[in-house]
Design a binder for this molecule. Structure first.
Ligand code: DX5
Ligand code: ZN
Length: 223
């Protein structure tokens, strides 16, 4: 069971891109703990979203933690741009290149928190060598590239194994993909303390954001 309070990180990917600034402000006001920003390059993942200039434009609309999930390869040439754009946490995929350790060093050298993310098909042992270099582990519970996919249940025992691997280290354990108020309790029970939610946070439009977030949080807090 998690000893940290559960944090909800709505993914801007599910927002109305024609009104990004207002969407960031609205989801912040609705109770988001962090703002999750999904960067996709059409190469590492089969979809393209937005890059550092768009994040920079969103930055003045919220003071919350900007949790930047990079689904791009190569990643190293772009780390500085995301740091300058206002990222607080920069998370890179272990599968995105041969130099994970170098990327993590670079993120911390830029003064940002460093995260590692692994896909559903990647075994967690790749995390072991970098455990003392990171602030966050993100486990994908869908194959990355698109919002609105179904949660892959095999990630629940994986969460528990990774939580044990983390031990007493100050590392947040985040889950991303298919999170809803229906599975949030099982997810928190398995060990996650940060829940990303795209569709489940943004469904119904701005009038529903607060109740959407509250429902996910209440379910997670039952754990
Ligand atoms: C998928 C992204 C997710 C996605 C989550 O590649 O990393 O953050 O936006 O969306 P939902 O919650 O709709 O699965
Ligand atoms: Zn994400």
């Amino acid at each position: 069971m998690s000893h940290k309070p559960v944090l909800i990180a709505p993914s801007i990917l599910a927002s109305d891109f024609s009104r990004l600034g207002e969407e960031v402000a609205a989801i912040d006001k609705a109770g988001a703990d962090w703002i999750h920003l999904d960067v996709m390059d059409g190469h590492f993942v089969p979809n393209i979203s937005f890059g550092p200039d768009v994040i920079k434009a969103m930055r003045p609309h919220s003071k919350k933690v900007f949790d930047v999930h990079l689904m791009i390869a190569p990643v190293d040439p772009y780390l500085e741009a995301f740091a300058k754009a206002g990222a607080d946490i920069i998370t890179v995929h272990a599968e995105a290149g041969p130099h994970l350790h170098r990327s993590l060093q670079a993120i911390r050298a830029l003064g940002k928190k460093a995260g590692v993310v692994i896909n559903p098909g990647t075994p967690e042992h790749v995390l072991e060598p970098v455990l003392d270099r990171i602030d966050l582990i993100l486990l994908m519970s869908v194959n990355p590239g698109f919002g609105g996919q179904a949660f892959i249940p095999e990630v629940l025992p994986k969460l528990t194994r990774v939580k044990a691997m983390i031990g007493n280290r100050q590392i947040d354990l985040e889950i991303d993909g298919g999170v809803t108020a229906d599975n949030a309790e099982a997810i928190a029970k398995a060990g996650a303390n940060v829940l990303v939610a795209g569709s489940a946070a943004f469904k119904g439009g701005p009038a529903h954001y607060a109740q959407n977030i509250a429902a996910i949080r209440a379910a997670a807090q039952k754990a």
